[in-house]
Design a protein around this ligand. Structure first.
Ligand SMILES: Cc1cc2nc3c(=O)[nH]c(=O)nc-3n(C[C@H](O)[C@H](O)[C@H](O)COP(=O)(O)OP(=O)(O)OC[C@H]3O[C@@H](n4cnc5c(N)ncnc54)[C@H](O)[C@@H]3O)c2cc1C
Length: 355
């Protein structure tokens, strides 16, 4: 039987998560070095349309584990459904996104099978005769540790989302697709997902935020940071910042971004008074569109930005907030109550209208 790297993937609202695609691509690289195949496993219901995407990102084989009881996440359900599939796959390495749902069931399987399990992984390498080497940050990011288990036949590694990024898919790539219908006993699931609430941008984990507005030392203190937060609230974005801002207490410690903080990959990243030090920039590499506001035209943050504005944020932010408020008011007036859009959608549109 061919050696295989198994990648557990996840979907949300009918779409594969970016973290899953990152894992498939990481698995592809490792498999190439081990002369192995990549088997992507996806659990849920009505999954067939997603198989092509997994192939396009590097899977050789896609196993869809389907059951109507798996339409909503249940740690017990995932464990019951996936354990036999994994046993049969007999992988040399098991990769999965370091996500909440995976953390709810994979550690239980690792304990049951006495497997090494490691979270917060940045990269996986191969050393010696083909041992997987896990690289991850420790001591608040000041150090890196490299972990090898020379006597383990299999290790489970959970990759931090947003670190690797996702390459363009290769549309012509195909994979062998198989569908497994496990015999499950839903009555025995001790946990069930009743409903999924939309993420609140004020509290969402930064690595899952679609929009982030960040403040740095240039905000000048809590008052400046409060203005940045006002903008974040207005456009439905999460508040982030630099380590310097967090160290000074202007921002919660878990909200600073960078190599020693959060690694983020939003669609929109706005930076106010952030110089763009290497340690900060390495936390935003996966961001799609970056807008930077800085009064120093030589700031590295402006070089990284798709749109750079040279100026004083204390002048620019109030004008921006006024304009957004005025546009929101116009939009609200123009729409009847029944068709009134949410604050977030208004903000989204107004943002698109910005030059
Ligand atoms: C081991 C180690 C790990 C680190 N890890 C991280 C990390 O994970 N994340 C991180 O962020 N940092 C990290 N740092 C710190 C990092 O090196 C920088 O010092 C930090 O990112 C700088 O923060 P800043 O941009 O807020 O401040 P500054 O570098 O002081 O920059 C402030 C910027 O604001 C601009 N500015 C000032 N006034 C205004 C104004 N009125 N309007 C517009 N712009 C203005 C200035 O021109 C300047 O560019 C780490 C450092 C070390 C040594």
């Amino acid at each position: 039987m061919d050696k295989c790297v198994v990648v557990i993937t996840e979907c949300e609202q009918g779409e594969l998560t970016l973290a899953s695609l990152e894992c498939v691509e990481e698995g592809r690289e490792i498999a190439d070095r081990l002369d192995a195949k990549v088997q992507a496993i996806l659990c849920g219901s009505a999954l067939e349309p997603l198989a092509g995407t997994l192939a396009a990102h590097g899977a050789d084989q896609v196993t869809l584990v389907e059951h109507e009881a798996l339409a909503q996440f249940s740690a017990d359900g995932w464990l019951q459904a996936l354990a036999p599939v994994l046993l049969q796959a007999d992988p040399v390495l098991l990769l999965a996104p370091d996500s909440g749902p995976i953390r709810a069931w994979l550690p239980r399987l690792a304990v049951r099978w006495r497997l090494p399990l490691v979270g917060c992984c940045m990269r996986i390498g191969i050393v010696g005769d083909g041992y997987p080497e896990v690289i991850r940050h420790t001591h608040g990011g000041a150090c890196q540790e490299r972990l090898i288990w020379p006597y383990a036949t299999l290790i489970c590694a959970m990759l931090t989302p947003g670190v690797r990024g996702v390459d363009a898919p290769r549309p012509g790539r195909t994979a062998k697709i198989s569908v497994v219908h496990p015999a499950l006993d839903p009555a025995s699931f001790r946990d069930r997902t009743l409903r999924t609430l939309p993420a609140d941008p004020r509290t969402v984990a930064l690595n899952e935020a679609e929009r982030i507005v960040s403040g740095g030392f240039g905000t000048g203190g809590p008052d400046g940071m409060a203005l940045v937060k006002q903008l974040a609230d207005h456009i439905g974005a999460a508040l982030g910042g630099t380590r310097v801002a967090a160290d000074r207490g202007w921002l919660a410690a878990e909200r600073f971004i960078g190599s020693t903080g959060q690694i983020v990959a939003p669609k929109l990243y706005m930076a106010f008074g952030v110089s763009g030090a290497g340690q900060h920039l390495s936390g935003i590499t996966g961001s799609e569109t970056v807008i930077a506001i800085n009064n120093d035209r030589t700031a590295p943050m402006l070089k990284r930005a798709d749109l750079g504005i040279v100026g004083d944020l204390h002048q620019i932010l109030p004008i921006l907030l006024d304009k957004l408020q005025a546009l929101t008011a116009v939009n609200v007036e123009n729409h009847s109550e029944s068709t009134a859009p949410t604050d977030a959608s208004v903000a989204h549109r107004t943002l698109e209208m910005m030059p």
